[in-house]
Design a protein around this ligand. Structure first.
Ligand SMILES: Nc1ncnc2c1ncn2[C@@H]1O[C@H](COP(=O)(O)OP(=O)(O)O)[C@@H](O)[C@H]1O
Ligand SMILES: [Mg+2]
Length: 289
């Protein structure tokens, strides 16, 4: 089933920031999809995996990856007909070509949104840490679910932290719970990935983290569209950006702020019931830190 979905979607998409289809084979039991090989593998492998110690992602590359992958998703949400939601935006699904340009990949969970529909109600699929809360709880999927996941991805890209950080063997902290209080206190330098050694453009870092958090807020109707996201990341809309800077969300440190992690989710708290996709590669990448 995933195979058929992936081939159907891939046949429709063509954009410089999407990994497109070279060919496929469906004969007897054989199922094969051929893509261009991406020599720099995935963003995950550079942030947390086999390439993370090489520090190949300088700030310029990170900005290009942020903007490029956002433009790939704009194509899916706003230019493809019917519109497509990806439903599994995450670091292991952003591949990097020989110039470190982003290519969003892995359309196995993607959904076509029929013309005029505001959302589709479906079985929840995706990856813990990146799932929008309303989608995880109600199975209501539309473009804003991808926007939420993209916000998490942006935080990960800027900070080098994982979407869910293990504080101890039983306590986990979502990246938003860590980043939001720092942004409320305007402590942007504490968010920047230490591997950048302070070598980043402060204005751009601010754009990335504000945009990330406005994307990854709980109320889907308050999230921006991916078109807004591209504008914000490129610094093209001063008005929209100052509106965001002054948003309620960033006024006072939220109740979840807690440096000892007490309010972070306990491991034995009931997990959301989701069909979580974790490929062997993801597991390998995640554990090779
Ligand atoms: N075209 C490619 N070039 C290089 N590496 C790839 C390519 N496609 C996938 N990979 C690697 O394999 C991993 C899993 O691929 P993906 O298509 O996302 O499959 P899955 O459905 O298992 O998540 C990626 O995170 C990446 O590291
Ligand atoms: Mg994948």
């Amino acid at each position: 089933m995933e195979f058929a979905v992936e081939v159907e979607i891939l046949a429709r998409v063509r954009h410089r920031n999407l990994l497109s289809l070279r060919g496929y084979c469906a004969e007897g039991q054989e199922r094969l999809i051929v893509y261009d090989y991406m020599p720099n593998l995935s963003l995950l492998s550079h942030l947390h995996g086999s390439h993370s110690s090489e520090c190949l992602l300088d700030w310029k590359r990170r900005m290009d990856i942020a903007i490029g992958s956002a433009e790939g998703i704009v194509y899916l949400h706003h230019q493809a007909t019917p519109h497509i939601i990806h439903r599994d935006i995450k670091a292991s699904n952003v591949l990097l070509d020989s110039d470190f340009q982003a290519r969003v990949a892995d359309f196995g969970f993607a959904k076509l949104i029929p013309d005029g529909a505001t959302h589709v109600t479906t079985k929840v699929k995706g990856t813990l840490g990146y799932l929008a809360p309303e989608y995880a709880m109600l199975g209501k999927a539309n473009e804003s679910c991808d926007v939420y996941s993209f916000g998490i991805l942006l935080l990960e890209l800027a900070s080098g932290k994982k979407p869910i950080e293990k504080l101890s063997s039983t306590v986990k902290r979502p990246i938003v719970d860590w980043a939001l209080p720092l942004v409320c206190d305007r402590k942007f330098s504490e968010i920047a990935d230490p591997r950048l050694n302070g070598d980043y453009v402060e204005e751009e870092l601010k754009r990335v983290v504000f945009t990330a958090l406005i994307c990854a807020q709980n109320q889907p109707e308050k999230r921006p569209t991916m078109l807004d996201v591209v504008e914000l990341l490129k610094g093209e809309s001063k008005d929209k950006f100052s509106q965001i800077e002054n948003d309620e969300l960033f006024k006072s440190p939220p109740a979840i702020e807690n440096s000892d992690g007490k309010s972070a989710a306990e491991d034995d708290s009931p997990d959301l019931i989701v069909e979580v996709k974790e490929s062997k590669h993801d597991l390998k990448d995640n554990t090779s830190v």
